[in-house]
Design a protein around this ligand. Sequence first.
Ligand SMILES: [Zn+2]
Ligand SMILES: [Zn+2]
Length: 147
Amino acid sequence: MTDSYRGSCLCGAVRYEIDEFMPGIAHCHCSMCRKFHGAAFATIGTVAGSKFRWLAGEDELKDYIAKNGTTRSFCRHCGSSIRFASPRAPEDEIEIALGTLDSDLPLKPSAHIFVGSAANWTVLQDDLPQYEEARGSHKIRHEPSKP
Ligand SMILES: [Zn+2]
Ligand SMILES: [Zn+2]
């Protein structure tokens, strides 16, 4: 038995439900995530399409297609960043901006990705691996805290 997780945009027009996350939540520091989220990084979780449902407001989403072909979907009323889709990802996978979750999550992020593009004012003080680009690319820093 798994609990389901619910999320929504800032204004509440868009609401969704997730049964189960796939492994591998990451903080993405790429310049597009930074701009789209207006934040130092975006925290993204991946969900199988069959484990994801829109509860309300799917029609209220607007898509922005970036130069690299990735699609970013946001609420057209409040601008909340909700969904990310890469043409390179498997068809049935949905990536969700976890900042929009209303439920607690029993999982934690497991990596920082695209740290090579991080803002120079970003301070990372956790023990997670830091990849220069995507997960599995060159690790640029890993400074586990010593006991
Ligand atoms: Zn909204
Ligand atoms: Zn990114």
